[in-house]
Design a protein around this ligand. Sequence first.
Ligand SMILES: NC(=O)c1ccc[n+]([C@@H]2O[C@H](COP(=O)([O-])OP(=O)(O)OC[C@H]3O[C@@H](n4cnc5c(N)ncnc54)[C@H](OP(=O)(O)O)[C@@H]3O)[C@@H](O)[C@H]2O)c1
Length: 382
Amino acid sequence: MKMITILGSTGSIGRNALEVIRNSKGKFKVLAMSAHRNHELLLEQIEEFSPKYVSVGTEKGFEAIRERYPDLLTYRGEEGLKILGGLEEADTVLTAVSGAVGIEATIEAIKKEKRIALANKETMVAAGDLINKLLEEYRKAEIIPVDSEHSAIFQSMLGGRKEELKKVIITASGGTFRGKSIEDLKNVTVEEALKHPNWSMGKKITIDSSTLVNKGLEVIEAHQLFKVPYESIEVLVHPQSIIHSMVEFRDTTVMAQLGAPDMKVPIQYAFTYPEREANSCFGSLDLEKMAQLTFEKPDHEVFKGIEYAFEAGKIGKSMPTVFNAANEVAVELFLEGKIKFLEIYNILRKAMDRHIPVETLNFDTIKKVDVETRNWVMANFA
Ligand SMILES: NC(=O)c1ccc[n+]([C@@H]2O[C@H](COP(=O)([O-])OP(=O)(O)OC[C@H]3O[C@@H](n4cnc5c(N)ncnc54)[C@H](OP(=O)(O)O)[C@@H]3O)[C@@H](O)[C@H]2O)c1
């Protein structure tokens, strides 16, 4: 039985992970789980999965858990996340919190040489250089990607050797607003932006998908995870979301990974790799029902998220940290109705233009750049 820590159990990925565990016939056991604001759901999850450790973001949640489960080891806030990330008893730590808040817990898990099932892409974007440096040092630690695109790249790479790789092709659904013009996007509402055509996900990543910043974050994540130069990464819009990504080898062979759009499959694969296990909650892909698989270039004129991410990634150092932090705040401001949709790109542009990149090989520098960027966006756009 594998002991699993789930950071962000109340979120979309966290709930999918619990569904995997619920149907795993005892192969996995929840060791620890965390929530931020939704302590009511966390209480239900504690009741069902009986973890040994929990952490919650709010004082109210902390008190509620302590009252109902006085013997449970309960922690709070970012310190709590860190403690859960570094638990010795864990076999695998699933980092499924949203945003750069996942960095420190991931670092703790690396230092304990754990397997990290990484959903939290912001960690690899904001702190990729540091994470890679730590992985060199703590050699038994390993990251298995959960993001469907990176899981697909990881699996496709098993079809050849790293030195034979020519290109990584990241597929994108194109998001809610595929085919729209700048004029069409000027006054889109939060509700419209939250309607993703193929995937049901948390709010932040759904907005990121509609701006295509999500794809930009994935480009930087792919560069950091697979050590592929930016020149060898391509994004292709594939609206059916059946091919989750591909790689091309130097003999022009393309290996792709296909599957129903269901995050439970890459989550479980990150738990079981190199094995593959059946699970009653997975549904097979019905290829006969699929009329067509189509591909097109993304519209960089309208959706600037990918281009800005390539730019930030190529500049490197702290520029991806700035790209990520500015985007996190911009998305929050859009969700709160304080800025318009297209303003997100404007914020990214300005935050990057004013920043002078520094090395990001220690956490304090990353934190400083992250906080400084957030404060600047708040001061100028909130
Ligand atoms: N959803 C997907 O299909 C998908 C696919 C690929 C990658 N990802 C990545 O996976 C991560 C999670 O995405 P999601 O869609 O599951 O997000 P989500 O539904 O918004 O869930 C986020 C989780 O993080 C917790 N959280 C939020 N802010 C926090 C903070 N400041 N401190 C501690 N915990 C915090 C939330 O707690 P409360 O709900 O209790 O407040 C929740 O458990 C993101 O990095 C996303 O990019 C998601």
